[in-house]
Design a binder for this molecule. Sequence first.
Ligand code: ADP
Length: 421
Amino acid sequence: MKVLVLNCGSSSVKFQVIETSLEMIEANSDVTVARGLVEKIGLSDSRLSMDTPGRKPYQEIGEILEHRAAVERVLKVLAHPEYGVLKDVKEIEAVGHRVVHGGEKFASSVQITPEVEAMIEECVVLAPLHNPHNLRGIIAARSLLSDVPQFAVFDTAFHQSMPPKAFIYGLPYDLYTHHAIRRYGFHGTSHRYVSLRAAKLLGRKLEEMRIITCHLGNGCSMAAIDRGHSVDTTMGFTPLEGLLMGTRSGDMDAAILPWVMAMEELTLSQLNAMLNKHSGLYGISGVSSDMREIEKAVGSGNHRAQLAFDIFCYRIRKYIGGYAAAMNGIDAVVFTGGIGENSDLVREASTVGLDFLGLDLDPDVNRKAPRGQEMIVSKASSRSAIIIIPTNEERVIARDVVRVLGGVMPSFSVPSNEAPR
Ligand code: ADP
């Protein structure tokens, strides 16, 4: 079946049409029919671009004022007689939406009903910058494709299996019971997908493995996946916690915040911008948030770029050690995301010297790893594997749609893990 996957941001709509089925999932042979992006929604020069395998990329520029108009335009382009990929939009049998925050309400992907929509609305308070746009996409698709079932796939759901000891902060407990302040974790679809693929690649059962997944893109997070269940992850109440990222600080002493606010006379929004936009690789190096630029600067002897690179990798090593302790060992470390898939330097600096954990990288294989391929980069003799798995969040969303629609539960089952109220 053809599934339309929508990922709606504040001024953008990413879309893919994916041909998939239970059989194609099993054979890992789902097909991306088209992928594209609407950008600059709300401006007069909004841009819709679409890539279709084997064809020239398509692009149009023109005013698209809001999300409904964007989705309407996407459907028109997908079914265009000349450059479209569908004879009719009726070929779309289901729509899968990426929804950032499912709070404690959603532990797996679900078909969207009015009740589900109301619950997603209730999670807006937890993700005010994301969920409202996700909801706009849902409302738009429902009004434009009225008979087509819609599904929500949450970034947070996979981590709902974390035990309370991993998700409760050392803060007054009322903040949890009154305001739902706890660690949620993000990138769940990616962590879930790459752990499954890693087990497949090794020819082992996920239910028997302890895997650490490193999703390293502009945002970065790691997860400890114990026999298929996320038991810990580095991002927390928001995506700020944990690893060093392109422009986000990751872990730090929270007492710095009131101190800096007072000393620099910062407003709340300036403080937020400092933590989310001016920190991380960019803040430390002063060069860029982009790992390719950091690596270039390191190559030309820039000390602050070197420091940013070292901090980035050192934190990954520390979490590998921590998660190995949390799971009493590891069978595999998986790298994904733009940096994880492409930077041999980061993979090497993060894993070399961890032989006490049974990790033995093959530097040659790691350096020569071809792009975009699933690949084992540890030595054959390594007790724990080091693996590259290109992530594909849209594919996970399409697959979940098929699984939920087909009455097959998503391939992970999540214990109910709320802390006492
Ligand atoms: P997002 O989180 O926005 O989806 P990506 O997963 O595309 O981001 O990752 C973007 C990051 O990947 C950037 O820091 C970029 O520099 C890095 N990256 C992409 N290609 C390479 C490469 N060949 N070497 C090192 N880093 C790379």
